[in-house]
Design a protein around this ligand. Structure first.
Ligand code: SAM
Length: 284
């Protein structure tokens, strides 16, 4: 599979299944069998998958804590003519997975990068959620701290594209609650859970309905993708920048009155605006 015109080896970016082991393409298996080395996020985890497919190529670790140093070693091997495959624990490498530092470095040194496509939780979820698929905005994981998460969601509030998030089960309820306050309670949404696995499930409804559903901790299990309809309200009120409005109102009004008025003018959640007003006051 190597590029015969180059004396350098090729880096193959190979997708692995996100659950169902049969979602492993014959081309991916063939590539992994033929390379000199496989760089994997967690070698013990990947060894089990590779053993199941009779892939015995040697493994080396490449994860977020060693990516800088591992990248240098992989570059040397590729320059020496070795063909290497990059895989992650599940799905497509570099999609909320390691490889962000490795690839620019290899590209800078004229190493050929060859993707071997396959499963990815984003497209798998989008293909069945029933929300508009064009355009979509892949956000990945939101910050885990509530203040940072709220601020990030505020920057996404006016985005018209369908929003796609990765989320951990123990944070799903807090995440939906923050979306309810920031993006709006009535937006259509979907939580795609355990995709391609035995207990695959699509919970569809408004953000509020999903928030109520996932208030039950027993339902917060497995891997999840959260999809939220983009901002479809093109009314002038929705286009008002609430931060700017709050800053202006705070020049004449106390925090409570300013946030109440801003909420009436923008239709956004009063409590979220109150918190935002406090932050604006503090930063002045
Ligand atoms: N590289 C992967 C891909 O191609 O989708 C994603 C890796 S990211 C570290 C892991 C996150 O992806 C999970 O926390 C979850 O949000 C999402 N995910 C991965 N597999 C999934 C599945 N089978 N069902 C639902 N979500 C999944």
């Amino acid at each position: 599979m190597a590029d015969s015109d180059s004396k350098f080896g090729t880096l193959y970016v190979v997708a692995t299944p996100i659950g169902n082991l049969n979602d492993f393409s014959p081309r991916a298996v063939e590539c992994l069998k033929s390379v000199d080395l496989i760089a994997a996020e967690d070698t013990r985890h990947s060894r089990k998958l590779l053993d199941a497919w009779g892939i015995s190529s040697p493994l080396v670790a490449l994860h977020e804590h060693n990516e800088q140093t591992a990248s240098g070693r992989l570059l040397e091997k590729l320059q020496g003519g070795s063909n290497i495959a990059l895989i992650s624990d599940a799905g497509t490498p570099l999609i909320s997975d390691p490889g962000q530092k490795l690839l620019p470095r290899l590209i800078e040194h004229d190493i050929t990068i060859c993707p071997i496509p396959g499963a990815c939780a984003i497209t798998t979820a989008l293909s069945a959620a029933g929300l508009p698929t064009q355009p979509y905005w892949f956000e990945g994981f939101l910050p885990s701290k509530s203040g940072d998460r709220q601020r990030r969601l505020e920057t996404l509030r006016n985005t018209e594209a369908t929003l796609v998030f990765y989320e951990a089960p123990h944070r799903i309820h807090a995440c939906l609650k923050a979306m309810q306050e920031t993006l709006g309670a009535e937006r259509q949404a979907c939580v795609a859970r355990e995709l391609t696995k035995k207990f695959e499930e699509f919970q569809r409804g408004t953000v509020t309905e999903l928030c109520e559903h996932f208030a039950d901790r027993d339902k917060c299990r497995g891997e999840m993708v959260v999809l939220v309809e983009g901002n479809t309200d093109s009314s002038p009120q929705q286009q008002i920048d609430s931060d700017l409005l709050l800053s202006k109102l705070l020049q004449a009004l106390p925090v409570k009155a300013a946030s109440k008025l801003a909420s009436e003018l923008t239709g956004e959640n009063k409590n979220a605006l109150y918190q935002r007003a406090l932050q604006i006051k503090e930063s002045e």
